[in-house]
Design a protein around this ligand. Sequence first.
Ligand code: SAM
Length: 201
Amino acid sequence: MNDFQFYPTPRSLAERAWAKFQNSEFVRVLEPSAGHGDLAKAAPRDYYRWRRDIPVDCIEIDLDKHPVLREEGFKVVGVDFLKFSAGAHYSHIIMNPPFAQGAAHVLKAWDILWDGEVVAIINAETVRNPFCRDRQRLVSLIEKHGEVEFIEGAFSTPEAERQADVDVALVYLRKEADASELADAVLEDLIRDRTSGEETP
Ligand SMILES: C[S@@+](CC[C@H](N)C(=O)[O-])C[C@H]1O[C@@H](n2cnc3c(N)ncnc32)[C@H](O)[C@@H]1O
């Protein structure tokens, strides 16, 4: 068996995770460690007045799981999330990454997002025991931009397809676009355009 740490999210925990989002304008959602889509499938149904499902894109490192995700109707947009960079157009990221790499995955989600929200189910230890730089950065992001709820035994209930004796941290982060970054980028483009225009005979 591979060591991708496949623990499907139990339905009640998945619904609790979706309920953490504060912005209900789901433009496009990313599930970057999607497994068989258990978390993605718990997206609120009939959310829009015109009854369109929330659009969820999936990434999953285990290629054997891709056919299942496609059969469920999800678009698979990547394999290894830690090497993924095209995240700026997502309005929401929801995730239950491998427990051993929780901080790295949440930080990656934060870094690729332009303006949006992240909800992550991670091992509570990742937040409670911030011994490394990644964990410290995550704790600091939670303090500045979000909140965390601890849940005991979320993967030990009979509902869990694969049981694990862990407490989880349900992390919520809100990232707001940095308008000054945008202004700098526009200015750089203008300068580049002007310079290359001057070079054109
Ligand atoms: C704890 S399971 C959760 C599955 C699914 N998110 C759910 O909630 O049911 C973690 C999943 O992440 C996948 N995974 C591990 N490392 C990954 C990576 N670097 N990029 C994308 N997926 C990864 C594993 O194969 C596994 O399916």
